[in-house]
Design a protein around this ligand. Sequence first.
Ligand code: ATP
Length: 309
Amino acid sequence: MRTERDNPYAVETRALTKLYGGRAAVRHLDLQVREGQIYGFIGRNGAGKSTTLKMISGLARPTEGDIRLFGKPVSDPVIRRRLGVLIESAGLYANLTARQNVMMKAKCIGLADEASVDTVLSQTGLSDAGKKKVKHFSMGMKQRLGVALALLGNPDLLILDEPINGLDPEGIRELRQLVLDLNEEGKTILISSHILGELSKISTNYGIIKDGQLMEQITREELEEKCQDYFQIRVADVKRALPLIQEHFPALQPKVQDDQSIRIYGLAEGSRINQILIENQVPVYESGFHRMDLEEYFLNRMEGGTVNV
Ligand code: ATP
């Protein structure tokens, strides 16, 4: 069986910090991505995702802290070759075709062989883009071309900053599939988004960043476990309903959501609560079981949770 020791970190940051004019965009960030993971890096706009990814990619200099890729310092040129990056716009030439764009970049990095170009075009589903110029591409095709450029040199680690932004549902589906295929081929992927739901179908691990600090690192399995089922009721009078629930179900922990609804975790029999409330003349407007989805979990963490450092 493979242990964690056999599966080293593709990315490891320690106390990573970036100040802009005395203000911290990223603070003491300890982030770990193991080889083979699809690591979804989630945070609201301005949370510090791009700044972190730029530092990991060697595009911005940390104010403090340490970054290691595959166990080596990020400054190591050999290690840098194992990294492919798509951050912000991919710098595409609008009047060139997909192939010409890839060839241009390939020449710049000394890889101008047809085979390398064909490989990345095929990996990203652009082999048939033919003579079409990039200015006539859909957003999804442009993003895939950006990934194709990042794939030149066959990197082991791909860093994709908000690649789903601005894509239509079809483009999102294609990009997700592309990420899954590349991961299947053995690439480690670090991908950011401000919308957890967009990454929830593919990520094996998550890092949640808020105000430049890492709130939580969590595996897909742990996240699913935390997204527990709950029973929610909307009643005429929460102040009367709550003590009744506490009295009849002392083991449960009801949580008041607003002045009309209460959420109860760990409940198997919701109809008993309805019955008790109605018997006690507390009208129930609505009730039912729900599952907290990933987006909801993320929003809860963004609003209240303590920083996990
Ligand atoms: P977004 O998706 O909106 O880019 P983000 O999570 O990627 O969000 P960053 O772009 O990393 O966030 O920005 C983090 C903070 O650092 C923001 O407050 C931003 O204004 C600030 N910031 C980023 N780059 C610079 C810069 N070059 N100079 C000054 N401040 C910056």
